[in-house]
Design a protein around this ligand. Structure first.
Ligand code: 5GP
Ligand code: MN
Length: 346
């Protein structure tokens, strides 16, 4: 199962199959997961709404593995307007996706990826509530332990790391499709191996994945280095009103900004990465108005402030340095509430 990895000179290069750091999830929990999966004829997979590379990639990697084991597999996410974000359309395995309305109402076994709460499942919340068993595969520190079995490691840099282990433990093998999905998760959640979550185990996993013959250059272009022209215009509007106040940099993007260029909401994901580079700010915020008129709030910290707990206080959640929540207030009111919580946390 260990891939045949060679260095530039063509010499065999040993890459450990298992991460160097020990996994805090007890073996008994993995065993229980295998037992539940072994017993099920159909496995229903889900990930969080408006999936990112980690959510969708982890789910599809496990979906491939289960399908090869001969299981019936359905996979979905609970968005009202069900569509795979354009950035992720290059991921293989999308024929296994079904819209939420075609998802089993009461699955015998559901496996949920990268979701820290029930609510993150959107329309699939009710399916999870009636499922006989719900295995939760996640790495959010804010995960409160919903579901009937948790495979949760808050130190893992991506849910994809746990998904990879699940693939191996199911007796699966890395091939290029599975590796593409897992790699999309790993690079997305580590910010291309830049975040503080990056450990030797992250790079060892990347080595295993790349060894299957991945085109990392093509994946990088799909994920980060392309966009419709309208994105530049919307970015310009967002940057035109960016505000710096006391260590906080923030801006917003309205539905009207996007409508002028027919730009889908999902295209806004990268704006926070530009705003957060501001030297003078410790915390960055981007308010993105979705198609329903609600504000999806993206927040980032450079490390001193735990935006995960700030966002949790505002009804959302996430990680220490990257978190979010939904606001139904105006921009001004949303920011007033955010500042208040930020002051408490600083
Ligand atoms: P992003 O700003 O990239 O949308 O989200 C950053 C992180 O914040 C995500 O990885 C996710 O963990 C978390 N997050 C974003 N929005 C929400 C939300 O509405 N609820 C919760 N619980 N977490 C969120
Ligand atoms: Mn993740």
């Amino acid at each position: 199962m260990t891939p045949d990895v060679r260095d530039r000179a063509g010499r065999p290069h040993h890459v450990d199959r298992r991460p160097a750091e020990s996994c805090p999830i007890p073996d008994a929990q993995w065993e229980r997961a295998l037992e539940l999966i072994g017993r099920a004829d159909e496995v229903a997979l889900a990930c969080h709404v408006t999936p990112d590379g980690d959510a969708l990639g982890s789910m599809l990697a496990v979906a491939f593995t289960l399908r090869r084991m001969g299981k019936r597999v359905v996979a979905s996410f609970g968005d009202r307007h069900f569509a795979v974000p354009r950035l992720l359309r290059f991921l293989p395995g999308q024929d296994m996706l079904v819209a939420p309305e075609d998802y089993p109402a009461a699955p015998e076994l559901m496996i949920v990826f990268d979701a820290s709460t029930f609510e993150r499942l959107g329309l699939l919340c009710s399916n999870a509530a009636t499922a006989r068993e719900v295995i939760v595969v996640d790495h959010h520190p804010s995960n409160g332990g919903f579901g009937t079995l948790g495979l949760i490691d808050a130190k893992a840099a991506a849910t994809a790391m746990l998904a990879e282990q699940l693939v191996y433990r199911l007796g699966g093998r890395l091939d290029r499709d599975i590796a593409t999905c897992l790699y999309a998760g790993l690079v997305t959640d580590t910010g291309s191996f830049r975040h503080s979550s990056v450990t030797p185990a992250v790079h060892q996993m990347a080595a295993r994945l790349v060894a299957t013959g991945l085109r990392t250059d093509e994946i990088a272009r799909e994920l980060w280095d392309r966009s419709p022209f309208g994105y530049l215009k919307v970015l310009a509007a967002a940057l035109g009103r960016v505000t710096l106040e006391d260590g906080l940099v923030w801006t917003y993007v309205t539905r009207v900004d996007r409508a002028a260029y027919g730009l889908p909401y999902a295209e806004l994901e990268g704006i926070i990465d530009i705003v957060r580079r501001t030297d003078e700010a410790e915390v960055a915020v981007v308010l993105k108005e979705d198609d329903q008129g609600d504000w999806q709030v993206s927040t980032r910290s450079k490390g001193r402030v735990d935006v995960g707990s700030v966002c949790a206080a505002l009804g959302g959640g996430g990680h220490h340095n990257a978190a979010g929540y939904t606001s139904h207030d105006s921009v001004e009111e949303t920011m007033a509430k955010f500042r208040r919580e930020l002051r408490k946390a600083s």
